[in-house]
Design a protein. Structure first.
Length: 268
């Protein structure tokens, strides 16, 4: 019962953090300019964002390609290891990966590790999240990207590949993290960053913050930067297939069971 209460409070805190970060972004982009991420004038006492550029880059939370100025990817940050809380030596609770719930819905409707672009567009355009209402018309760039992926794979899109994971990140920028690979799986754990002498090195210096604060001298348009249409963002053409996981009955693993096994295998 105590763990359930703590889990509920942790989920509520994560939701409030997400809302706070979304208020600093614009147009549902899922991106927060680094200057606004660190800004003191807009911060409430509940959340203090103090991570360094190097830490944000290491965990995949720093977007340095979509605009003229560095921006923080909301889902990658929220799911970051420093936002996990250790309640005991055996129990650590992190923010819920909302994208796993999206994938679970897609897998339940598709029932296959591959799908046509048309089928995926039909499913995804009717999925709702805490920041996306359905039904919706997906940007043309997203549809074109799915067809480009399928064109290289006999007309089918692999659901458990890196390219579809990135596509989901663009389709649900506030829920789905950018698929960022780490050579050392320990970097994803709260325990690694909580070691003595390690955490202090991940905090942004006064010099870093001062440099980003100078960005406030530019216009809001330049500060946020990047294409307004999500589908027009730069894509990373890198193929990385996550394993298709099945339980002993032969059905696809989804949700928490799938992500737990992928983490154990070092695939996430």
């Amino acid at each position: 019962r105590v763990l359930e209460d703590r889990g509920g409070q942790r989920h509520a805190d994560c939701g409030l953090m997400k809302e706070d970060l979304m208020a600093r972004s614009r147009g549902g982009s899922g991106l927060v300019p680094l200057a606004k991420f660190w800004s003191q004038d807009r911060q409430q006492n509940r959340f203090q964002y103090v991570e360094s550029i190097e830490h944000l880059r290491t965990i995949g939370a720093l977007d340095e390609t979509s605009g003229r100025h560095p921006q923080v990817r909301i889902p990658n940050y929220v799911l970051g290891p420093l936002n996990c809380h250790a309640y005991s030596s055996a129990v650590t609770r992190c923010c819920i990966n909302e994208c796993e719930l999206i994938m679970k819905d897609i897998e339940r409707q598709v029932r296959d590790p591959m799908a046509t672009p048309e089928a995926l567009i039909g499913v995804v355009s009717n999925l709702s999240t805490s920041s996306v209402d359905s039904p919706r018309r997906l940007p043309s760039g997203l549809a074109q990207r799915l067809h480009a992926i399928a064109a290289e794979r006999s007309g089918q899109v692999p659901l458990h590949g890196r390219m579809f994971a990135e596509w989901l990140h663009v389709a649900f920028p506030n829920e789905c993290p950018f698929p960022h690979s780490l050579d050392d799986g320990a970097l994803r754990t709260h325990g690694h960053w909580d070691k003595e002498g390690v955490l202090e090195l991940q905090l942004a210096s006064a010099e870093e913050k001062a440099k980003q604060q100078n960005s406030y001298n530019v216009s809001e348009d330049e500060l946020h930067g990047g294409p307004e249409e999500l589908g027009a963002r730069p894509w990373v053409d890198e193929t990385l297939h996550f394993p298709v996981l099945r339980n002993p009955r032969g059905t696809l693993l989804a949700g928490p069971a799938r992500v737990a096994l992928l983490v154990a295998m070092g695939a996430l």
